[in-house]
Design a protein around this ligand. Structure first.
Ligand SMILES: [Zn+2]
Length: 262
């Protein structure tokens, strides 16, 4: 089983001071992707720092992505909250451009008691507006809304696909979230939905879930890795960010399983 292009990497880079060492360490472990977690805030603020980190990543051939803050809701009833959410995503795009990151991942928003179609339209409108800003600034990272893990949160596979079609944004397929949300991962459906796109940004980990969806990410089981790698399309450019509490260790395991299967 040979993949055309596949990369594994953790969901974090740590603080600015340790970033270059971390990248070296990931590289030694043959991890070729890293998602910088701005989940609790855009903590890289200095342009020089960002450029330095980006340059190092490029030298080591580590593909960078960014996870935007959790506190984002593009479907809030309060206009102010939508604007703040847009700004958070745009801040990630700005810093992401300095870093040379290729996508900015985010959870688009909540239904908040609203109709699903109305929610979709609001989120679509916000993404189009954010894209206009990105274009104006000539920033390179693409927006990659993520499939979410809770039944009552916007972000089903079909919703994300529709956003991709309607706004020409990119996407993040979180396989753990899909399992938590749908109780099953329908790989055939996923392959069909995203067949035409060459680059897939993916999240993966073990997950604990209940009726309403995800509870928490957990260690990625070996069998889960094997199954995912068996099912993933082989002809695409795939990045798999591991979001387990053992993201580095689990990424190494995924990589080693993939190499064994060659
Ligand atoms: Zn995720």
């Amino acid at each position: 089983m040979t993949f055309k292009d596949i990369r594994f990497g953790p969901a974090g880079l740590g603080g600015v001071d340790a970033a270059l060492d971390r990248l070296e360490d990931y590289s030694k472990k043959r991890l070729k992707a890293c998602e910088i977690a701005f989940t609790y805030g855009v903590y890289i603020k200095d342009k020089e720092d960002a450029i330095r980190i980006g340059k190092k990543a490029k030298e080591l051939d580590i593909k960078l992505s960014i996870h935007a803050p959790y506190w984002i809701n593009l479907n809030s009833k309060e206009k102010k909250k939508i604007e703040e959410s847009k700004k958070r995503i745009l801040d990630c795009c700005k810093v992401g451009d300095w870093l040379g990151a290729y996508v900015v991942v985010f959870h688009p928003g909540y239904y908040g008691g609203m109709d699903k179609e109305e929610t979709y339209q609001n989120i679509k409108k916000a993404i189009i507006e954010i894209k206009e800003e990105i274009k104006k600034n000539k920033w390179k990272p693409e927006l990659a809304p993520e499939t979410t893990g809770k039944v009552n949160v916007f972000g089903s596979l079909d919703e994300i696909k529709r956003l991709v079609e309607d706004t020409k944004c990119s996407f993040t397929i979180d396989f753990a979230h899909i399992l938590a949300r749908e109780k099953i991962v329908d790989y055939e459906k996923i392959k069909k939905l995203f067949e035409e796109y060459k680059s897939w940004h993916c999240h993966f980990s073990g997950i604990e879930y209940g009726e309403k969806g995800e509870r928490k990410h957990k260690k990625t089981g070996r069998e889960n890795w094997k199954n995912l790698l068996k099912e993933l399309p082989k002809d695409k450019t795939i990045t798999i960010i591991n979001e387990s509490p053992y993201d580095v260790e689990d990424s190494i395991e995924g990589l080693s399983i993939m190499l064994q299967k060659r």
